[in-house]
Design a protein around this ligand. Sequence first.
Ligand code: PGA
Length: 252
Amino acid sequence: MRRPFVAGNWKMHGSRAENAQLIEALLLGLPAQPVAEIAVCPPFVYLWEVGRLLKSSSVVLGAQTVCAEPLGAFTGEVCAAMLKDVGCSYLIVGHSERRGIYKEDDALVARKFMSGQSAGLIPILCVGETLDERDSGATTAIVSRQLNAVLDLAGVGAFANAVVAYEPVWAIGTGKNATPQQAQEVHAHIRSAIAARDAKIAADLRILYGGSVKAANAREIFSMPDVDGGLIGGASLKADEFLKICAAAQVH
Ligand code: PGA
């Protein structure tokens, strides 16, 4: 049985005051033992303080990216051991904004995945196609290519301790979510690609959907058999929306 997982990707949003308000509202609104595991991923500079605010709650902390190198002269970068040191459990890698805006290619994403995992973080590997790629029928080929880059470097065993997030680029921040059927189709493809290498790891792997998830569509999307929760952007900044999304995540 896969425990559902809902992670809030705050992106470059928040302030110390706003974060404190948001966390307070989340902790007030969440049951003591939520069905879903819940994570928030604030910007680097707020990780430590948000981690303190979450202390003694069941909500865990994640980071939005990492330097692929373990330590050294890399001005401006943050390595995985530091993220672990300030209390992170999870690490998002390969988000489409990193791939698109910062030109992170599959090989770099795979190195970041490995670097996070070696420091004891659980990577949330994001994959997903652009609208052009979907329109040209390349969705599964793109997702396979992105997955294979990590599988080839890290091995299928690494997915025993990782999460995959399917995030169609055309659905991110656009208000245009994938239909539950579209999500299910790609999630099933991801699970079968992992199953081709290891059936048990595939059966236990949590695959999240991300892209314009909100309170109004979460239940429908999360009810699909291969959707194990969500990676939530905009709606994770509003406590009431995020709480409803967390409540919509059910055990499969
Ligand atoms: P969105 O972003 O929920 O605002 O569409 C999702 C994401 O980028 O992870």
